[in-house]
Ligand binder design. Structure first.
Ligand code: PBG
Length: 324
């Protein structure tokens, strides 16, 4: 009989499609990145990321409550300080904006993990992710700044610290400093394979963190490299990373799969600001079916192997899943 195979049998009705579906999105998959701005009294819209805001502490709390209510299990906080300086001192100040935000959120005892981004670029006047020497980021002095930042975030109550700077050796030193100070249970989610990507453009507008000279190619990875991504991932796991991240997600789905198949730790993927902006602006132009594109995009990242997805759609998608 021809055709020998009839795969369409398993697509004939919603019921059978539901039965054989291989990948499912759940609210638990999502981590919600949020911006918090020092001194802000009301949320300020981010032009390059329609629907996202620079929050003050009050609106941050409300957004966190909504996320918890919808079943999201993690928030990732980015701070925007009032003043940036050469040393990025706002990153590790005891009363820094992220430290204040973490304390405020921990008071709420929400059923979700508070994750802090460990990096210098939002806090330095030059917009680079560490200390500068000869117009480049100097690796080893930067490690001290990063470790101090992670420690101050843990002291404020962060459950998970997420170094996103791409300096060599940061995971090891952060683990050691946390352990030495009694924070051996604080989790490290490392941005292990973070590529030097144009997809971070809208984020840099949001956080005012674009480099004032040069670019990030001497520390973030070359988008052309797959095997090097594994080298970075293995190094971070060996240094103590509990979870690893691939970033961005969509142009790097092959890397997500590779990392998933090669490791035994949870793998996260970051559906970054440029990926978000492309959907939002294409939808505003009437070119795409926004809601279906969002679901298909997130599903593709999960199918590629991500256990966790950092996405600005976390709250919206968790709500949608809850209703379905
Ligand atoms: C900080 C950091 C960046 C992002 C997350 N952490 C920006 C960068 O590396 O320039 C980007 C997130 C996004 O684009 O959504 N280093």
């Amino acid at each position: 009989m021809f055709p020998t195979h009839r795969p369409r049998r398993l697509r004939a009705s919603p019921a059978i499609r539901d039965m054989v579906r291989e990948t499912h999105l759940r609210a638990d998959d999502f981590i919600y990145p949020l911006f918090v701005q020092e001194g802000a009294t009301k949320p300020e819209a981010i032009a390059a990321m329609p629907g996202q805001f620079r929050h003050g502490i009050d609106s941050l709390k409300k957004e966190a409550e909504a996320a918890a209510e919808a079943g999201v299990k993690g928030l990732l906080l980015f701070g925007i300080p009032k003043v940036k300086d050469e040393a990025g001192s706002g990153a590790f100040a005891e009363d820094g904006i992220v430290q204040q935000a973490v304390r405020a959120l921990k008071e709420e005892s929400l059923p979700l993990s508070i994750i802090t981004d460990v990096c210098m670029c939002e806090y330095t006047s030059h917009g680079h992710c560490g200390a500068i020497r000869n117009q480049d980021v100097d690796n080893d002095p930067s490690l001290q700044m990063l470790a101090q930042t992670a420690l101050s975030q843990a002291q404020a109550g962060a459950d998970i610290v997420a170094p996103s700077d791409m300096m060599d050796g940061r995971v090891g030193i952060i683990r050691a400093v946390l352990d030495d100070n009694g924070f051996e249970n604080v989790v490290i989610l490392s941005y292990a394979a973070k590529f030097a990507s144009a997809f971070y453009g809208p984020f840099r507008e949001a956080a005012g963190s674009a480099p004032q000279f040069g670019d990030r190619h001497s520390y973030q990875m070359d988008p052309a490299n797959r095997r090097e991504a594994l080298k970075e991932v293995f190094a971070d796991i060996e240094e103590g990373a509990d979870m690893v991240m691939v970033k961005p997600a969509l142009a790097y789905l092959d890397i997500i799969r590779e990392v998933k198949d090669s490791t035994d730790v949870p793998v996260a993927a970051y559906n970054v600001s440029g990926e978000y902006a492309m959907i939002e602006f294409a939808a505003k132009a009437g070119a795409i079916d926004r809601d279906r594109i969002i679901a298909e995009t997130l599903l593709s990242i999960k199918r590629a192997g991500a256990d966790l997805i950092l996405t600005y759609y976390a709250l919206e998608m968790a709500r949608r899943l809850g209703k379905s």
